[in-house]
Write a protein that binds this ligand. Structure first.
Ligand code: AMP
Ligand code: MG
Length: 267
């Protein structure tokens, strides 16, 4: 999965990343789905270890254009997981109260504690994405935020948080199909917002904003992965594999039980 990790300092051009790539799973969708089942089971074990150990913290950041599959990925990758094991924090348009404070204020409150695994469904990156594309704050404000974000994530990393960040990469044609599917399906229509079309018109501006995010904020302590996301099954496999590799890298172990449990008799 290293091929999808953005090396620190690399100048990213999204044109170099094929959103339809499925090259690491030779057997295609069938093999991919079988692999996901195994990876999900392993994730569940690792999450249990993480919780039991009560030391490490895991933060996963999910970003992507509308319809890129943020919600779908969460649903599929974690569907066999203990619901007590993960917490999802979704970031929407900030409230007035939040806007009266610095942009990281609301985010900091949602970070994982010891033994926790937290997923950010959207994140502080919106403050250099939608906020930049829609001129919500002046450039001189948002351009400082890349450093501020790196420092913030460094603080989290230094205090025991492992951070992985996923950009779900779809192309413009794929988005068209998915938006159309939302319009056509009465059970999905509620998700359709006319405002999404406005964002679609600014596709190139968003891609440029994402390129800056990937180029400026992929660090040793909080790497970005560009996940090929046109094929949903492949997107799920990449995310699950990166998480399994990351958690396995922590060398998690169950804590020692109390002494002399062998002699315990339960009446
Ligand atoms: P959804 O994820 O589809 O439920 O939509 C959430 C909306 O909130 C998206 O349109 C985001 O762009 C928007 N949003 C999230 N964070 C921010 C932010 N910091 N500033 C402005 N808009 C935001
Ligand atoms: Mg939306």
């Amino acid at each position: 999965m290293k091929i999808y990790r953005v090396p620190p300092g690399k100048k990213v051009s999204l044109r170099d990343y094929d959103a339809g790539d499925t090259s690491l799973v030779k057997g295609g969708k069938k093999e991919g789905e079988a692999r996901l089942v195994k990876l999900s089971a392993r994730l569940e074990e690792l999450q249990d270890l993480l919780y039991a150990g009560h030391q490490h913290k895991l933060l996963m950041v999910l970003q992507g254009m509308d319809t890129a599959g943020k919600d779908g990925a969460i649903r599929k990758v974690f569907d066999s997981m203990d619901p007590l094991g993960i917490r999802i924090a979704s970031f929407k348009v900030p409230t007035e109260y939040e806007l009266d404070r610095d942009f990281l204020w609301r985010v900091h409150q949602q970070v994982p504690g010891k033994g926790e695994f937290t997923i950010f469904n959207r994140s502080h990156y919106e403050d250099v994405l939608v906020v930049r594309v829609h001129d919500v704050v002046p450039k001189k404000v948002w351009r400082e935020r890349y450093d501020q974000i790196n420092e913030f994530e460094k603080l989290l990393a230094d205090t025991g948080t492992t951070i992985v960040k996923f950009f779900l990469h779809i192309d413009r044609d794929e988005q068209k199909e998915r938006l159309q599917a939302r319009l056509d399906d009465p059970t999905k229509r509620w998700k359709f917002r006319k405002g999404d079309l406005d964002d679609r018109k600014r596709w190139n501006e968003y891609q440029a904003a994402y390129e800056d995010v990937l180029s400026k904020t992929s660090t040793k302590w909080a790497p970005w992965y560009v996940v090929p996301a046109n094929a949903k099954w492949y997107r799920n496999v990449v995310i699950a594999q990166v998480l399994v590799d990351t958690l396995e890298g922590l060398g998690l172990k169950y804590p020692k039980a109390e002494e002399d449990l062998d002699s315990v008799q339960i009446e």
